[in-house]
Design a protein around this ligand. Structure first.
Ligand SMILES: Nc1ncnc2c1ncn2[C@@H]1O[C@H](COP(=O)(O)OP(=O)(O)OP(=O)(O)O)[C@@H](O)[C@H]1O
Ligand SMILES: O=C(O)c1ccc[n+]([C@@H]2O[C@H](COP(=O)([O-])O)[C@@H](O)[C@H]2O)c1
Length: 193
């Protein structure tokens, strides 16, 4: 089976993430998309971060009605910050029967040369890149690379930061999260203080 790995902190997961995962699962040759919940992303500050288990629980709620979308907690036991190359090695060992690819926004591809062992990643894994509005230029070595595939998924400009702030500000942004996720977050009183 061909599996696309979508890495993120998902604090919380929102419709922007869901639409990309759904589009990849339905309109590319990927059989499944796995959300890999990252305890600590190498370049991100931990601001108002829910625990790993709570973020995983929210993503589990989000995917419960989509058989092609799954979650992975493989990074929970790996050293932090979580470098994707380490996770890929572990996931290959755990699931030798699957072929793994990376799902990445064009914004992340712009900074990909800063990732740990990015050359090794590119040599060994296909990258499924979706468009995002962002500053700067994507290096042509990446855009032209035979392992990089552009997938024309819709652009949705929502972020977890926006959602956290909006919930704290008592705004009703329920349309920006899957409805069962909104219900769960609301019941658990996440991000309200
Ligand atoms: N609206 C969106 N559409 C497509 N991709 C997104 C969107 N928001 C985030 N991503 C990408 O999804 C991956 C995981 O996202 P992440 O969990 O960091 O969410 P985020 O919304 O960027 O979070 P935060 O606002 O807390 O930084 C990252 O590679 C990120 O660039
Ligand atoms: O491996 C790296 O060097 C590396 C550097 C930056 C980001 N990543 C991965 O990319 C994911 C998205 O990154 P971010 O910073 O956009 O949240 C994050 O969850 C990490 O798994 C990985």
């Amino acid at each position: 089976m061909k599996v696309g790995l979508f890495f993120g902190t998902f604090n919380p997961i929102h419709v922007g993430h869901m639409i990309i995962a759904n589009y990849m699962a339905e309109f590319s040759d990927l059989d499944e998309v796995w959300f890999v919940i990252t305890p600590m992303s190498p370049f991100k500050q931990k601001s108002s971060m829910l625990s790993n288990l709570h973020r995983l629980a929210i993503v589990n709620v989000a995917v419960e009605n989509y058989p092609k979308l799954k979650t992975s907690d493989i990074e929970f036991k790996l050293p932090q910050p979580n470098y994707t190359i380490n996770t890929l090695i572990h996931i290959e060992e755990k699931y030798p029967e699957h072929q793994f690819c990376l799902i990445m926004g064009e914004d992340n591809l712009k900074g990909f040369h800063k990732w740990k062992n990015y050359e090794t990643i590119l040599e060994n894994y296909e990258l499924y890149v979706y468009p995002r509005i962002s500053e700067g230029k994507t290096e042509s070595q990446f855009l032209k690379h035979p392992k990089v595939h552009t997938v024309n998924a819709p652009i949705v400009q929502v972020s977890s930061t926006f959602i956290r702030k909006a919930i704290k500000g008592k705004k009703d942004i329920s349309t920006m999260l899957p409805s069962n996720v909104w219900k769960y977050i609301d019941e658990m009183n996440f991000y309200k203080t």
